[in-house]
Design a binder for this molecule. Structure first.
Ligand SMILES: O=C(O)CCC(=O)C(=O)O
Ligand SMILES: [Fe+2]
Length: 382
């Protein structure tokens, strides 16, 4: 759990929020170093519709971009052909895997064709902002520093708010003096919500988001819409992980935070290199349950390939954990892998949690084609 001390973090601590996903002891041993406190960037917000309609702009002759004041740089749209291929997916039905207690998966192998998935992998790795988030946690009374062992980024906003549509290029937009300055607004009242940490004399009076929410860019929204149609589920968040090599990983965890509600459905896409997705059943909650359980703890390994999608639903998060373990050696993992998850956060705490652990307050990175690695991104001088 996070420190009980009154730091800015604990102050804005999300009630019922769970520890980050890299909290487990093995990861701490690998990733912990000197202490450093995570801060959430404070700044202003702008614009757009909920997750579905980020504003768009033409930045150069042919390219159309999703733009938003919360983005470090504009994010291009997919080509029409790539978007059409995504919207035309999946071409085959998913396979149900529900043969162990609590497990309920729908496995598309693949969901998008290998060729489409490869193009989407290259596109997203080149065009999205990525972060290497670091944070402190308290463990056994001592502060430990965690470096997230993969690249991350996130877009979306929980159910209690939406992005205002007020850009001329978005259908239904309101033109006027504020047409380029959208806001996060309350879903019920339409009133703007404060975003970013503000130095009020008494921080308890801050009522908005400490995060600065980002609308899902068009290049990811096509996949979100396709996934909603294929699964009958609704998603307002898109989390992206980039595993640059077998050294990058995610430790065993469940995505069972309260802000996702009970029995959350999470759609998880794999692009690029094949990696093992391990699942294991959680320990029974009580000794009585343990005694009554006749079977041993279940486990499962899915060697997820380029274009595959696993929908985790029902009691899966409540009763199972999952991970992408590290792999060593020069092998097919070394091409890099992108994971995209679509989720539905119900309350504000989910928005703050996702931005804290997937964007954080550190530098922005962008893929360098020349260096074939993530490089710190800096604003080009005007
Ligand atoms: O990379 C994956 O397949 C899993 C990612 C994951 O579990 C997560 O982001 O919560
Ligand atoms: Fe997960």
């Amino acid at each position: 759990m996070a420190s009980k001390k009154r730091t800015i973090d604990t102050y804005f601590g999300i009630p019922g929020a769970k520890k980050p996903r890299d909290f487990d002891t093995s990861v701490l041993h690998e990733e912990s170093t000197v202490s450093k406190t995570i801060k959430t960037a404070g700044s202003h917000i702008t614009n757009t519709d909920n997750t579905a309609n980020p504003i768009t702009a033409k930045n150069s002759e042919n390219a159309v971009y999703s733009t938003h004041a919360s983005y470090p740089f504009p994010i291009p749209h997919l080509s029409d052909a790539l978007e059409a291929a995504i919207l035309g997916s999946p071409t085959r039905a998913g396979r149900v895997i529900a043969n162990q207690t609590g497990l309920d998966l729908l496995y598309f192998e693949p969901y998008i064709s290998r060729n489409t998935a490869r193009q989407l992998f290259e596109f997203l790795r080149s065009e999205l902002p990525f972060y290497r988030v670091e944070y402190d946690i308290m463990r056994g009374g001592a502060k430990a520093h965690v470096r997230t062992p993969r690249w991350t980024t996130v877009f979306g906003l929980d159910e209690t708010a939406r992005f205002e549509i007020n850009h001329p290029s978005v259908p239904g937009s309101i033109s006027g003096p504020q047409s380029l300055e959208g806001k996060v607004v309350d879903i019920l009242t339409g009133r703007p919500i404060l975003v970013g940490i503000h130095n009020t004399p008494d921080q308890r009076t801050q009522t908005g988001y400490k995060a600065i929410p980002r609308p899902v860019p068009y290049c990811l929204d096509a996949l979100r819409r396709s996934t909603e149609a294929a699964t009958g589920c609704q998603f307002n968040f898109c989390l992206v992980n980039y595993y640059a090599s077998g050294e990058d990983s995610i430790s065993f965890h469940s995505d069972d935070e309260r802000f996702l509600g009970q029995c959350p459905a999470i759609a998880s896409f794999s692009l690029g290199a094949r990696r093992d997705f391990l699942m294991k059943q959680k320990s029974p909650k009580s000794e009585l349950e343990e005694l009554n359980s006749s079977t041993s703890k279940g486990s499962l390994k899915l060697p997820l390939g380029n274009g595959d999608m696993v929908l985790m639903r029902g009691r899966t998060q409540a009763t199972w954990q999952h991970s992408i373990p590290k792999r060593s050696g020069k092998n097919e993992w070394d091409g890099g892998r992108i994971n995209i998850t679509f989720r539905r956060a119900l309350v504000r705490g989910g928005t703050d949690n996702y931005y804290q652990y997937n964007v954080g307050s550190g530098p922005v990175y962008k893929w360098s084609a020349a260096g074939q690695e993530m490089k710190p991104w800096t604003q080009a001088p005007n």
